[in-house]
Design a protein around this ligand. Structure first.
Ligand code: ARG
Length: 459
């Protein structure tokens, strides 16, 4: 027997039932579904739409069902189509006719919107906490390495010197924006949908504010049609997830590169790597690779959900049932990736001597020398040309800039007095870039203090 039978005989072919059922995945909404129903039943009682006894019976029954679901002893029946129908069926078996009154003034359309919003708010809070945890790991790495020079890259070529502290803090700010996006999305998700009914509200004197208060929502929705057809909150959340994964994927990519023999900038703790079944020497950064790889599926979740929604007329359409797996997958993937990235970085060893050696190669001091010439009166474009020529000569000879003798420098320009060699070192280069936002250790320490404040850590 189907909950909705009447207009039709409720008989559906086994394979059709399986195709349409959402229970296998929306069972994850059981807490939100039952808490929402408890709030609705209390309100029905308070408003005199059902009697106080009926309301109490329903609330007790739902509380027992919740406990059964928590412990795994709840028995689903083959005819259960989704979590909403499973709960109502079990409630009616348990408390009799009162159970049949639970759905008064409600539709599965506003019910599923409620469940989804509650679920999203809870997961947002978990993701914000997980992002924060990773951010604090980044801050503590940065604190230990404000002076550790390394090459900064553009086009994957040595460009100018930075520090490891400055480099990892770049990821802190990405995650800070991610956290902001999640919290932004949370405010728009924090809207109580019940009362929208199937699409056109309801004739019962429901107290929507009461339900909102019970469930901790800040406000109630404004338009019943919009309420049951809106999945913006899920889309926004999956978009925020895709961006988080994009950031984590870039970080993962650098970890993979840095683990290579060519870089040798990082060594991961054993538990984040795997060996090869054939090559005994291998220690592969698989966990970072998987974070990078899983970013693809979350981008897919976003495209999939946008495509599902893009041509749906108002109001609810069954297509929208497809929102759940995409949303769940995106959130699960982000929580998993954040949960791995934090300890992976916390336990990694940074090979700062190798970074420092690399910083001294590849002509990263070229801009500093040009700036030196400018400080001594040469127009920047002329300085750029001259240093370009010096670099080309060194590259032809196969030497670095520090191989040039004082007389070599003077031969290029009388402005290039011996002290040019002092400001050429990676440490001097970094120290001189002390503008707000620059890599100078003093400036990175200021950045870190700001970051600690944002995380609510003591400075
Ligand atoms: N399982 C459905 C979903 O997830 C619940 C809403 C069904 N509503 C309906 N009128 N068929 O979207």
């Amino acid at each position: 027997m189907k909950l909705w039978e009447g207009r039709t005989d409720g008989r559906v072919d086994e394979s059709v039932h399986k195709f349409m059922a959402s229970l296998p995945f929306d069972v994850r909404l059981f807490r939100e579904d039952i808490e929402g129903s408890i709030a609705h039943a209390r309100m029905l009682g308070a408003q005199g739409i059902i009697t106080p006894d009926e309301s109490n019976l329903i609330v007790d029954g739902l509380t027992r069902i919740l406990a059964e679901m928590e412990t795994g002893s709840f028995r689903f029946e083959p005819e259960d189509e989704d979590i909403h129908t499973a709960v109502e069926r079990a409630l009616t078996v348990m408390v009799g006719d009162a159970g049949k009154k639970l759905h008064t003034g409600r539709s599965r359309n506003d019910q599923v919107a409620l469940d989804m919003r509650l679920w999203c708010i809870r997961r947002i809070d978990e993701m914000v906490a997980a992002a924060k945890r990773l951010q604090s790991v980044l801050v503590s790495i940065a604190e230990r390495h404000t002076d550790a020079v390394m090459p900064g890259y553009t086009h994957m070529q040595h460009a100018q010197t930075v520090t490891l502290g400055h480099h990892v803090m770049a990821y802190f700010w990405m995650l800070e924006r991610d956290r902001g996006r999640l919290l932004d999305c949370r405010t728009r998700t924090d809207v109580m949908p019940l009362g929208a009914g199937a699409l056109a509200g309801t004739t019962y004197p429901l107290d929507r504010e009461f339900v909102a208060r019970q469930l901790g929502f800040s406000r109630v929705s404004e338009n019943s049609l919009d309420t049951v057809s809106d999945r913006d909150f899920a889309l926004e959340l999956v978009a925020a997830c895709a961006l988080i994964m994009t950031h984590l994927s870039r970080l993962a990519e650098e970890i993979v590169l840095w683990s290579s023999q060519e870089f040798g900038f990082i060594e991961l703790a054993d538990e984040f790597t795997t060996g090869s079944s054939i090559m005994p020497q291998k220690k592969n950064p698989d966990s970072a690779e998987l974070i990078r790889g899983k970013s693809g599926r979350v981008v897919g979740d976003l495209v999939s959900l946008l495509t599902t929604m893009k041509a749906l007329p108002l109001a609810y359409n069954r297509d929208m049932q497809e929102d759940k797996e995409r949303l769940f997958d995106a959130v699960d993937t982000v929580l998993g990736a954040l949960g791995v990235m934090a300890p992976l970085l916390e336990t990694a060893r940074f090979q700062t001597e190798r970074m420092s050696r690399a910083a001294g190669t590849g002509f990263t001091a070229a801009t500093d020398i040009a700036d030196y010439l400018v400080r001594h009166g040469m127009p920047f474009r002329d300085a750029h040309h001259l240093v370009g020529r010096i670099v080309r000569d060194c590259a032809t000879r196969g030497v670095e800039l520090d191989a040039l003798a004082p007389s070599d420098w003077m031969a290029y320009s009388p402005l290039l007095t011996p002290d040019v060699r002092e400001m050429m070192t990676p440490a001097a280069s970094v120290a001189s870039r002390s503008l707000p936002g620059g890599p100078a250790p003093s400036e990175v320490r200021r950045q870190i203090a700001q970051a600690r404040k944002l995380l609510g850590l003591s400075s």
